[in-house]
Design a protein around this ligand. Structure first.
Ligand code: ADP
Length: 287
């Protein structure tokens, strides 16, 4: 972090910065814990051309979740540009290892978030999934939303990048046909949208916090699918969550379909190591 940015933030906060410590764990930005005389802050900086837009959407998502009063998110202090970089400054959540009670609270509060509904699937305004654009154009049908706004754009990007062959991509009509029987009676739920194990924190006081969201209204099982893709959530979390959203028929099949989106995103962001997982799920869509 440059001395100039440190001075700028000291001025902005009207507080002397006494320590700057790098924070690891993020995929996209450079992160720091900022200690001032009076407080702790979390800072992300990024010099990429779309960084400001990403931080603005992250701010919007954090505030959108916070407004539901179901689960906490860190309070955003500033989202701005300085010299050639964008930065996002927020409350620093001093966290601890989750214990049983914390997973219980996380499951319950995520379920309360998912009880927040809307008329349509999607959201006013697009956002990002990782560093990739995520379209939230609204649809009345979940099959239409999931096909046109989630699978098709990522499949097209993977083809453009030469990561999958044209012959491996099922035609759009065929995707819809395969999804139809599994996507009946689905209601829009407010989703975190990128709920892997690194995107929640448990504060020292035992409060769950969601971070780094990619919010929209979709099927609640999408967030559950992401929790199961890379791990980081235990059985107490699922027991607690399913008290509010009992398991339904064909959940395990849908979970795979929802994981396909995240695997395609990882393929497009990080490359061919995700190819075989993508290809094996895509086979389910072949005629
Ligand atoms: P990126 O956008 O680069 O993926 P993240 O938002 O995931 O970065 O943040 C990186 C890491 O920093 C997280 O995995 C988490 O451990 C930590 N972190 C994120 N937000 C906060 C916060 N408000 N307070 C404390 N630690 C945080």
């Amino acid at each position: 972090m440059t001395g100039n940015l440190k001075d700028y933030l000291s001025n902005y906060l009207n507080d002397t910065i006494t320590k700057v410590t790098p924070v690891s764990g993020g995929d996209i930005s450079t992160a720091y814990c900022i200690t001032t005389k009076n407080n702790l802050y979390f800072l992300k900086t990024n010099g990429a051309p779309n960084a400001m837009a990403m931080f603005q959407k992250e701010t919007h998502g954090l505030k959108y979740i916070a407004k539901t009063n179901t689960i906490k998110t860190p309070q955003v202090i500033a989202c701005d540009n300085f010299e050639k970089e964008a930065f996002l400054l927020m409350e620093f959540i001093e966290s601890k290892q989750a214990i049983r009670e914390d997973y219980n609270a996380l499951g319950e509060q995520l379920a309360q978030l998912h009880k927040c509904s809307a008329e349509h699937f999607g959201l006013i305004g697009n956002n990002f999934i990782g560093s990739l654009p995520q379209s939230n154009t609204t649809h009345a049908s979940w099959v239409d939303f999931y096909t046109h706004e989630r699978l098709v754009p990522q499949l097209q990007l993977a083809k453009q990048k030469g990561l999958i062959q044209d012959s491996e991509c099922p035609p759009t009509a065929q995707i819809k046909e395969k999804l139809n029987p599994y996507f009946a009676n689905i209601k829009p739920s407010l989703l975190h949208g990128d709920l892997w194990g690194g995107n929640y924190l448990i504060s020292k006081a035992g409060d769950p916090y969601l971070i780094d969201p990619a919010v929209y209204f979709g099927h609640h099982e999408v967030d559950i699918a992401m929790t199961k893709l890379f791990g980081g959530f235990n059985t107490t979390f699922y027991e607690s969550y399913h008290t509010y959203f009992p398991l339904e028929d064909n959940t395990s099949h849908r979970i795979k379909i929802y994981q396909l989106y995240y695997l395609l995103v990882h393929l497009n962001m990080f490359g061919s190591s995700y190819y075989s997982s993508v290809a094996s799920i895509l086979k389910k869509f072949s005629a």
